[in-house]
Design a protein around this ligand. Structure first.
Ligand code: GDP
Length: 138
């Protein structure tokens, strides 16, 4: 069990003006912000981030979407961070997400689902290092 996870507030939520409300939910749920930045992924960098999904039929759509606008990336800290954050964000498809979850409240669709959350401790470390250097984590 690790105490860190990586989130992105995706382009749909940024464009819809939900970034403040989403960060508020994250902080109110007890996560501490270790690192945070606003950035925009190139198609190449988005492809690299989601390389694990390369063979999936939605890979092209996902890469185009994730490079379509500004995002916020953040490393979050809390006991049991990966699992607790997945609970806070809800199911991948907002139609299946529990009431009160971030995706239920703010996601647009299965593809444009407002937020990313790491799915394992190992990926949380890889994804945190993808966005942040040691000098950016506090
Ligand atoms: P997550 O861990 O809940 O984010 O879900 P996955 O790892 O299964 O998928 C990664 C991301 O790919 C999701 O968050 C969606 O943004 C996107 N995605 C998943 N399934 C689909 C799909 O069927 N169509 C499209 N366009 N995007 C999808």
């Amino acid at each position: 069990m690790s105490n860190r996870t990586l989130t992105m507030i995706k382009p749909d939520a940024m464009k819809n003006g939900f970034s403040g409300a989403i960060l508020d939910m994250i902080i109110n749920a007890g996560f501490r912000i270790v690192a945070l930045k606003q950035t925009k992924l190139s198609t190449e960098k988005a492809g690299e981030f989601y390389a694990v999904h390369k063979e999936r039929p939605f890979y092209g759509e996902l890469v185009d979407f994730m490079s379509s606008g500004v995002i916020i990336a953040a490393i979050l800290e809390k006991e049991n961070a990966v699992a607790d954050f997945r609970t806070l964000i809800g199911a991948t498809n907002p139609a299946n997400a529990d009431e009160g979850t971030i995706r239920k409240k703010y996601a647009t669709s299965l593809g444009e689902n407002a937020v990313h959350g790491s799915d394992s401790d190992e990926n949380a470390k890889i994804e945190g290092d993808f966005f942040f250097s040691a000098l950016e984590k506090f």
